[in-house]
Design a protein around this ligand. Sequence first.
Ligand code: NAD
Length: 535
Amino acid sequence: MTATADETKTKTTSTMQLPAWLTTAGVNELLSLIHRPAQAGPMIEPIAPYTEQALPSIPTSTAEDVADAVATSRKAQKAWAMIPAAHKSKTMLRFHDLLVDRQNEVIDLIQLEMGKSRVNAWQEILQVGNIARHYARKGTSYLETNKVRGVMPGLTKVREVRVAKGVVGIISPWNYPLYLGVGDVIPALIAGNTVVSKADSATALTLLWTKKLFIEAGLPADAWIIVTGAGSVVGNALIDNVDFICFTGSTATGRKVAARAGERLIGASLELGGKNPLIVRADADIEAAAVGAVTGAYANTGQMCIHIERLLVNAAVYDEFKAAFVKAVEDLDVKQSFDYDCEVGTLASADQLATVVRHVDDAVAKGAKVLTGGKRLPEVGPYAYAPTVLEGVTPEMEVYLDETFGPVVSLYRVNSDQDALELANAGNYGLSASVWSKDHTMARVLARKLRSGSVNINDSAAAAAGSIEAGMGGMGDSGLGRRHGAEGIRKYTESQTIATQSLKMPLGVPEGMEIAKFVKVGNLQMKLLKRLGLR
Ligand code: NAD
């Protein structure tokens, strides 16, 4: 087995103190929820980003365990699909209420495993809560049977129905372990599928805690099964067995997932990376744009697929924006705290820190200027990095179009909307973008020209991502398919057409009729339908 990044973390000698509510028995109960009948997979040794101390060791599943998980899930799906939609919805509503009541437990786990600020962890509660209530209330309406006109109007009755795919596999990353780990599970279940999820190796406890909560809410234990282990082993085995794969992660891994899914001819949705631009037009409210850009660039310590990495500012307001933005960045409080007393937490791992340092050092070596930040903050924590603003970034620098996925943003001066558009659309990503302008009409015109799955006007990212009724996903190298809204649940179904032909008028040449006459009648029928406006 080849070691991958998620297997290579080494355990330190000291062990991180767990929150008082999480006893050793509690940890063991969570770990018992991992599907691993063979009990033979290697252990994962996660570490806490705040202290580099050891977190509880996580046992992993083997490829055979994954095949067994999918077989178990397939049996459970038959029963789950028969459960009335109203019952499924009630389970989601109960889950929502339990999640809101017990939020502090999972927020502790997210922070322990991932190192983000508490407010950023709480935002995962908000997002998952909204998704649960949205699909509980609207899920079945997205899947309603569609009556359409048949080949012989009145005589051919046609219904398009939605059929669950069967067993959905979900692979998600560590950066939003609750939102991305669970947000896609909810519509899959509502659509009548069962789910097997591969937990990210760094954040398995968060996902296991959530499974326990789902069981408390009334979900049958086998309707959502969790496996753990390296992507190269357990992720691959999942794709090899399920009926649909929902993947969130890097573009490089997404390509591998797509190729493997393609071999099996199963569907895949791929939510991948981004290099998201924020455009400040000359007429923007500069103070608001600067504050919005700070939120967009540094939320989740920049480890957010839709966070802003490029600021394209009209020359007429460049200096004013730069001064307001840099000041707001310098006012940010970077801290490691299990309390709601800071905005920005730490990076999640040594790997993340290494990428951030590499991008900034490479840019500086090639002539970029650091306006603020550009350094580690060892006094805050081992993986802490100062919110950084670069100026003078050029195409030969790695940070120009490669995703950094950290608290680093580059500032560009542009002379017109057209310049901004060209720079925003440079590169192959197309996930999320932002436009700041007092002229909403012009901003929407610009938005339509941006190659981006979402565009936020006078907001950096949350307006689109938080609007659960609207689809969210990427163009180009940022992915395929959408989460949220109608597409976020329909992707988990097959569309099946059921056409019922009246016995009085079967299709095809009637017995005893000459074929030439049949064609003549057919031509007449075409003319008639055209005249009646039925075709
Ligand atoms: P990653 O691709 O390295 O890993 C994501 C998941 O895939 C992990 O659970 C990993 O174990 C698994 N995996 C690894 N190799 C695999 C393989 N060969 N087959 C199947 N699964 C495999 O990504 P990451 O570094 O953990 O996450 C950060 C990336 O995710 C960034 O690029 C970010 O932009 C992207 N992301 C995208 C979205 C979105 O909605 N578009 C959301 C969050 C993160």
